[in-house]
Design a protein around this ligand. Sequence first.
Ligand code: PAF
Length: 289
Amino acid sequence: MLVANSIEEVRKIISAQKKAGKRIGFVPTMGYLHEGHLSLVEISKKHTDFQVMSIFVNKIQFNDKKDFENYPRETERDLKLAESAGVELVFLPDDEEMYRDRLTYVDVLTLTDHLCGAFREGHFRGVFTVVSKLFNIVQPDVSVFGQKDIQQAAGIEKMVYDLNFPVRIIIAPTIREKEGLAMSSRNKHLSPEQRNRALAIHRSLQAAESMIESGEAGASVILQKMKQIIEEGKPDKVDYVSITSYDTLQPVDRIENKSVIAIAAFFGTTRLIDNMIIDKGDKGFKCIY
Ligand code: PAF
């Protein structure tokens, strides 16, 4: 596996691979890899011939300085995991390489009005800016993002469409721990007791699924039940429990077309997010989470 710290090195390697007719798959990460990240590489391998991963804790997407400082970092371990997953090139830049003399940002409007966008000022702007840069550096044919960060994934899809990036975005299913907690690098900060309480998030999604399966479509009824279940886990704070349209990420009163149910809650000082996509099929609604 190759490891490149500079944009120039990445460009050289990618250009040689492209000349050899290889299709480039790309998984951007902030490191502290877990099975969720590795599942994105697995999906990328199905569609492309040369696997690239970036590991970069992107300062400009952290609205909280402490969160940035505490973000777990373990590069040696990450490199081993990336290699064993079949990654062929890791791009591992530092801040100076990515952001020297920067004046430009990328923003996606309205899609970021609600959910995490309403609570984490500047977060998505930081994400879309770094992902644009990474796409221009790596020039992937396919890039895979996890459903867990649904607003990020939807915003990147829209950005790619609006700015004509020649890359196909794939949104991959959320990978969960055995008891149902969505995998996240941040789970490392949870004590066993907080982890246990946080399972209420998954239980609330399961309850929403059963209500939807039995024909309930009213957002307020579903949300009331979900909030009650989340409260049983004694969260330290709930940022939101919302039902939105999938296309606009704006709140809806009823589940009629493709929708998203999304949650953000703190257990201790750790902010966890999770969601479910509700898709109308021939035989009623399908819940994907
Ligand atoms: O999902 C993440 O880990 C980050 O937001 C990303 C896409 C790597 C951008 O820094």
